[in-house]
Design a protein around this ligand. Sequence first.
Ligand code: HEC
Length: 102
Amino acid sequence: MYKKTLLLIGLALSTTLYAQEVDSTTGLIIDKGLSDVKENCTICHTGRFIVVNGGDKEFWKKKLHIMQVAYGLWELDEEAKERLLNYLSKNYSKKVNVSIDK
Ligand code: HEC
């Protein structure tokens, strides 16, 4: 009985610690840098474009560059850019094979 209770507490704790919380308006993972994404990315399109993509910092740097040269993303100051790229490569690093040439 006692053991079972402990186990349940452990389970509850681990799910709260490991569940990634998602922002309700953008559907993006809540982490440092999300406010930059909200200010600079999801005003034009949904977070879906970010969720379905994924790669390392270099990958996201290229995406960001594409946003600037092709779609009208404004210049970002270095700090905001760094926060954005860290956020994206940390939380959306999965699909490394997605083509970046488009
Ligand atoms: C000024 C508007 C604008 C801003 C700001 C903007 N985007 Fe985009 N983005 C677009 C448009 C337009 C598309 C193309 C939509 C389509 O294909 O229907 C797009 C598409 C994308 C795609 C999918 C296409 C691809 O090449 O993979 C990704 C990923 C993306 N944006 C990421 C970002 C990120 C990250 C930011 C913030 C740093 C950002 N965007 C900011 C306009 C913008």
